[in-house]
Write a protein that binds this ligand. Structure first.
Ligand code: HEC
Ligand code: HEC
Ligand code: HEC
Ligand code: HEC
Ligand code: HEC
Ligand code: HEC
Length: 416
């Protein structure tokens, strides 16, 4: 009896200990993950912030410039994450052991400080990371099985285009055959009738190319069309003197907007820092490249050849000699912040799909007509801009209040 009793006693103690251990373990992981919200709105906000600010250096599932971020909210306390994201150097300098080790592990690469972020914004990034951890994107697994895949799913596949062209040609041939049959039927029908000699000659005449050329009306039409096409060509070529649309010079470094702004979704503002604040958008200095390229020393397509040129520029302290693509003549005044910050226009409206370009090319023609047309057609972005309230009031009921009506086509607005 005594033996059995003590066995039960031990068993009870064991159960208590085990459940205590289990509950505490659950509690530590549970407390953190459950604090990370899972609602769609937060996740979407987090995805945007992540794409614009973190994606250049972090992936959720894998290591890039910085560590894979999946489960960070389990590795670290949320307040720690907040301070680290806002200013990682401060955390490292405070002697935090984890942070110091991580910093050394990542070759002392400094993470950008996001001091303007609120805790809530960082929490939404965590929500996105948690969503990605729990539901990893399917595409990660797909390429291995699928093999080569078309890079441009949006375009119509070539076989279809060919089928459409062949189909059209067949229809045209059938039409031609039917027309010839109709002409022959009509001719044999007329031949059976009594016709005056004149009509008989006309019917017998072969309906060929030579006959058509003797038709004055037809010649007149052809002459008019040819003259119109030639004149348009001449006028177009005169107008395009000095117009550099499509200009895409070779740059000293094979820098690709497709990789940076497209694939890695780095925000345009990250490099073109002046675009919302001043007249010029600014081309980034090599130091901005170094924020990432001190760690990314090799590219997938060009290896070290191109990235080494950034190091050479930084070491010798000489600017990279980028070739200017867009260039208005000095007589015209154009201001980026007016259009981007005040007007609320997207870069792509004027520069086209930059995020798809390996080499930047001039998308719009940048003529005066282009500027003026847009000013005539675009309503002013007056919402939430107190400056415009009075003007809008006066203008009430007169249709769209366009840039032109606000003086946007006065010569002096664009000419010094
Ligand atoms: C310029 C590159 C860069 C950018 C941009 C960047 N990080 Fe980092 N991040 C790093 C590096 C490198 C580390 C490793 C620690 C170190 O070297 O300081 C790191 C570490 C971290 C850690 C700690 C990870 C762990 O395993 O404990 C978190 C959390 C983090 N980053 C979040 C973010 C968030 C959120 C953003 C965007 C708002 C961001 N990072 C943007 C480079 C970057
Ligand atoms: C990582 C830095 C970086 C990012 C991000 C970036 N750019 Fe650039 N951009 C450059 C550099 C460097 C050049 C000069 C070399 C060239 O023309 O390719 C440039 C050139 C340009 C030019 C041509 C300038 C000229 O000479 O007339 C335009 C327009 C432009 N960028 C628009 C954009 C837009 C729009 C985005 C966002 C979708 C963007 N850039 C994102 C670095 C960047
Ligand atoms: C915010 C981070 C970031 C900044 C800033 C940045 N890059 Fe990059 N860059 C990357 C990433 C990520 C890659 C892709 C590396 C790879 O191919 O795996 C890359 C690749 C490259 C490559 C190699 C492309 C290839 O496939 O071979 C070149 C060249 C390059 N960048 C030039 C520049 C220049 C010049 C600047 C400054 C105007 C710049 N980068 C700024 C993140 C950055
Ligand atoms: C309303 C049309 C318009 C919009 C919108 C616009 N740009 Fe431009 N951009 C221009 C014109 C025009 C030039 C040529 C300016 C000149 O030569 O003075 C230019 C020139 C540039 C240049 C060359 C260098 C410089 O500082 O002038 C860069 C880089 C650039 N744009 C980036 C951007 C980015 C990034 C955005 C979006 C945030 C943007 N642009 C939005 C019309 C536009
Ligand atoms: C895609 C449309 C678009 C194009 C193209 C465009 N603009 Fe504008 N522009 C605007 C809008 C919208 C505003 C009004 C911004 C605001 O709310 O003040 C504006 C305002 C201006 C103003 C200030 C006008 C005022 O009344 O104060 C000037 C100057 C100007 N643009 C010059 C130019 C020049 C020069 C070009 C050509 C190189 C150009 N813009 C091309 C849309 C455009
Ligand atoms: C919205 C901006 C804008 C307004 C308003 C504007 N211009 Fe221009 N103008 C330009 C730009 C940009 C160029 C340079 C591009 C070009 O040569 O087509 C230019 C070029 C010119 C040129 C030089 C043409 C050449 O081939 O060198 C003359 C002359 C001119 N403008 C006269 C005027 C007069 C007169 C007015 C008023 C009725 C006016 N502009 C209003 C933007 C404007």
């Amino acid at each position: 009896m005594a033996f059995k009793h003590s066995l039960i006693q031990t068993y009870k103690v064991f159960v208590v200990f085990f459940s205590l251990f289990l509950s505490s373990a659950i509690q530590t992981t549970y407390a953190q993950s459950s604090a990370v919200p899972a609602d769609a709105e937060k996740i979407a906000a987090g995805e945007k912030l992540f794409s614009q600010n973190c994606k250049a250096c972090h992936r959720v599932q894998s290591k890039l410039v910085g560590p894979a971020l999946k489960n960070v909210y389990d590795r670290r306390e949320l307040p720690w994450i907040y301070s680290f994201v806002k200013n990682s150097q401060k955390v490292i300098q405070s002697g935090d052991e984890y942070a110091v080790n991580l910093f050394n592990e990542y070759n002392q690469t400094e993470m950008t400080a996001f001091s303007s972020f609120s805790d809530d914004e960082i929490l939404s990034i965590m929500a996105y990371i948690k969503d990605q951890t729990d539901n990893p994107p399917v595409e990660a697994a797909a390429p291995a099985a699928g093999g080569e895949m078309s890079a441009e799913p949006a375009a119509i596949p070539t076989p279809y285009v060919n089928a459409i062209i062949i189909g059209a040609v067949i229809i045209l041939i059938v039409l031609l055959v039917v027309l010839v049959m109709i002409v022959n039927t009509l001719r044999s029908f007329l031949a059976q009738r009594d016709l005056s000699p004149e009509d008989a000659e006309f019917v017998a005449k072969p309906a060929g190319f030579a006959t058509a050329l003797r038709n004055k009306a037809l010649i007149g039409v052809i002459a008019a069309v040819v003259t119109a096409v030639v004149t348009k060509g001449v006028i177009d070529s005169l107008y395009s003197v000095g117009v550099q649309q499509g200009y895409a010079p070779t740059q000293p470094i094979k820098y690709s907007h497709k990789i940076h702004a497209g694939d890695y979704k780095i925000d345009c503002n990250y490099c073109h820092t002046g675009v919302t604040k001043s007249k010029n958008a600014n081309i980034p200095s090599p130091n901005i490249c170094m924020n990432c390229h001190s760690a990314i020393q090799k590219g997938t397509n060009t290896g070290t050849t191109e990235i080494d040129k950034i190091y050479a520029a930084v070491e010798s302290n000489t600017p990279i000699k980028w070739v200017r693509v867009h260039n208005l003549p000095d007589l015209a005044y154009f201001n980026h912040s007016q259009h981007v910050a005040v007007g609320g226009l997207e870069c792509q409206t004027c520069h086209g799909p930059i995020e798809e370009m390996e080499v930047v090319r001039q998308y719009a023609n940048l003529t005066m007509g282009w500027c003026v047309n847009c000013h005539r057609e675009t309503p002013l972005n007056t919402k939430g801009n107190g400056y415009y309230d009075k003007l809008v009031e006066i203008h009430e009921g007169n249709g769209d209040f366009t840039v032109a009506e606000n003086g946007g086509i006065d010569c002096a607005k664009c000419h010094y």
